[in-house]
Every structure is written in structure tokens, then in C-alpha cells.
Design a protein around this ligand. Structure first.
Ligand code: 5GP
Length: 206
């Protein structure tokens, strides 16, 4: 019996307000064989967020111990808090055969590209800055100055989209979800992923 082929790793990044989290949760509901890696963070939980489901919420000392112990595939400081992808969590999911999504920022994406060159990176873009500004205003939580700052940060992040393998423009949720699904499906048909099958086929007697 051949070992299970480890799942693929997908990096998904976007500027805040692009709909990345909504898209990823729709994708997970539609595909039982895709999982998201649960990150560690030092930021406080928001209402409704649960430890071990949305994030592992840890203190700064614990996070820094994990950095020193080489426990992270990547980690970054985003808006003043640490965020990181644990190596063991990712490997466990991959070895169970799941395709794994890393929903991480552009700094983390750059580190994963170096450490795991076979990871496939996808950047989600808004259709325009006007739409992005509208979505940020629609949240109703931020002042005009904060929105201005977020738009400037968004521009910097969007510039990094040129380093990603695939681009999905979120004009409309179902269409963007279908495009993401197509990328994930196609990646399962690469020759490298089908190697075990090819070998088994060629070892058949006839
Ligand atoms: P939030 O605090 O809104 O959940 O996330 C803020 C930002 O941190 C988002 O861009 C999110 O993708 C990113 N992020 C979440 N987890 C990780 C992680 O493990 N590593 C990195 N580098 N960024 C992360």
C-alpha cells in the first residue's frame, strides 16, 4: 500500500476589506478535503472568536519561545501583534492528505515562498480602490483617517501581488469562489501529485 500523497499548500493573501475571510470560509464549507491552518497570534480574541478554531491565542512570551524553538514555518508582526503558522500543525494536516490554506499576510507569504517553494500562492484583489474604500466604510467601525491609512496600506500590499502565482479579483463572491476552487482542483492534477498513481498503474501486470 502506497503512502497517502501529502496535500498541497496554498497561501492566500489580500489587503484587508477584500473579502478574503468570507471567501475562504465558503471554500471550506464546499470542500471537505480542504482545511485552513489555524495560526497562533498574540492579539486579543474578537467577539465570537474561539481558541483553537479561529486562532490559538497566546501571550507574547509563549510566542517568542515558539520562535526560538523553531516552531514556526513563518511569523510576522501585523498591526502590532505577532501572527505565525506552526510547522507541526501544517505538517499534520498535509500528512492526513488535506490541502491546506494559509490565510496569511504578504510578509508571511514571502517567508513561505522561500521555505516551501512548492506552495502555491494566490492573491485576492478588489475590483477597484473605490470598491475597497466603500467596503471599508461599510463596516462602520473606522474613522475617515483610519480608512485613509488602511487604503494606503492596501496599496502597499497590492503591489506585492506581482509576486504571487495566481490572482483572483473579488467582483462577486460566487465567481471568485469558483475561480479559487478551480486553482485548488487543478493543482491536484499536476504530474507531481499524480506520481503515486502513475507508478501503481505502471506496476500492474497485463
Ligand atoms: P486579523 O487580526 O484581522 O485576524 O488578521 C490580520 C492579518 O494577519 C490578516 O492579513 C491575516 O491574513 C494575517 N494573518 C493571520 N494569521 C497569520 C499568520 O499565521 N501569519 C501571518 N504572516 N499573517 C497572518
Amino acid at each position: 500500500m502506497t503512502a497517502k500523497t501529502p496535500g498541497n499548500v496554498f497561501i492566500i493573501s489580500a489587503a484587508s476589506g477584500t473579502g478574503k475571510t468570507t471567501l475562504v470560509s465558503r471554500l471550506l464549507s464546499a470542500h471537505a478535503d480542504v482545511r485552513v491552518s489555524v495560526s497562533h497570534t498574540t492579539r486579543a480574541p474578537r467577539e465570537g472568536e474561539r481558541h483553537g478554531e479561529h486562532y490559538y491565542f497566546v501571550g507574547t512570551a509563549e510566542f517568542e519561545d515558539m520562535i526560538d524553538g523553531g516552531g514556526f514555518l513563518e511569523h510576522a508582526n501585523v498591526f502590532g501583534n505577532y501572527y505565525g503558522t506552526s510547522m507541526s500543525g501544517l505538517k499534520a494536516l498535509q500528512h492526513q492528505g488535506f490541502d491546506v490554506i494559509l490565510e496569511i499576510d504578504v510578509q508571511g507569504a514571502a517567508q513561505v515562498r522561500r521555505a516551501l517553494p512548492e506552495a502555491v500562492s494566490i492573491f485576492i484583489l478588489p475590483p477597484s480602490f473605490a470598491v475597497l474604500a466603500e467596503r471599508l466604510r461599510g463596516r462602520g467601525t473606522d474613522t475617515a483617517e483610519v480608512i485613509e491609512t488602511r487604503l494606503r496600506q492596501a496599496r502597499g500590499e497590492i503591489e506585492q501581488s506581482l509576486l504571487f502565482d495566481y490572482i483572483v479579483v473579488n467582483r462577486d463572491l460566487p465567481a471568485a469562489e469558483a475561480e479559487l476552487s478551480a486553482i485548488i482542483r487543478a493543482q491536484r492534477q499536476t504530474q507531481a501529485r499524480q506520481k503515486n498513481f502513475i507508478e501503481a498503474l505502471l506496476s500492474e501486470k497485463f
